[in-house]
Design a protein around this ligand. Structure first.
Ligand code: ADP
Ligand code: MG
Length: 215
């Protein structure tokens, strides 16, 4: 499939639903070790994406990912706005001349995650969204390399996201607002790691449903 037609509105509404369903919890997570605005920043970005659903449906993958990244970058505030924006803009660049399928997507996603690492000057284990995104990228890359069936890879991706998100609880934050708390950040899950996990799981579930739905 070369166009995002049909898929984007379904994916965006699934993401909006899961974020809305967990909004209070995420607000509390960011309130305890940040400033409490993470979910509203993200909801603003997602609302802006919903408004351009029609346009996205007409675009090929690379320009659609670019448009998503630019929209998140301008509509969201906070550290997460520029980081999620960077993820999609870099994925757009990595998608040029490539078909987005299970063979190519892991490398495309991994390039996006590498750009987030550079932008945030952060690595694994610093209690950020990267503690979800890096394990997800690694799981996808390893499953594609080992020719794991797509459905199994999607379930592995969900497990990697959940494990990554949970791993932030024991970490000391060394990046972002939570780093101001130092050791006192231990014992709390990072808000960006949680929303990243929720979004990854929502996308994987839509794709899994698509695999089992009658045609
Ligand atoms: P702000 O911290 O500016 O209020 P948000 O609340 O929207 O922005 O986003 C906070 C989230 O952004 C954190 O929970 C963390 O996951 C992520 N984050 C913050 N700084 C960095 C960084 N340098 N690298 C990666 N992720 C980061
Ligand atoms: Mg915040």
């Amino acid at each position: 499939m070369s166009s995002l037609a049909i898929q984007t509105p379904v994916l965006i509404s699934a993401i909006i639903r899961i974020i809305n369903d967990n909004a209070d919890e995420v607000t509390e997570l960011d309130r305890v070790i940040g400033d409490g605005d993470h979910v509203t920043n993200l909801q603003r970005g997602l609302a802006a994406l919903e408004k351009i659903n029609d346009e996205l449906s007409t675009l090929e993958w690379s320009p659609a990912l670019m448009k998503i990244g630019m929209t998140l970058m301008s509509a969201m505030g906070g550290a997460s706005g520029s980081l999620f924006g960077t993820l999609f803009i870099s994925m757009a660049k990595a998608t040029k001349d490539k078909t987005v399928d299970f063979t190519h997507f892991p490398e495309i996603f991994n390039q996006g995650v590498e750009a987030v690492k550079q932008r945030g000057k952060a690595a694994l284990g610093e209690k950020t969204m990267l503690d979800t995104l890096i394990p997800v990228a690694n799981s996808l890359m390893s499953d594609a390399k080992n020719n794991i069936a797509f459905a199994e890879a999607l379930n592995n991706t969900k497990a990697a996201a959940i494990q990554g998100m949970q791993s932030t609880e024991a970490m000391v934050a060394t990046k972002g607002r939570a780093s101001f708390l130092g050791e006192r950040s231990i014992g709390h899950i990072d808000a960006g790691a949680r929303t990243s996990q929720l979004m990854v799981c929502a996308i994987a579930d839509v794709l899994l449903q698509g695999l089992t739905a009658p045609t």
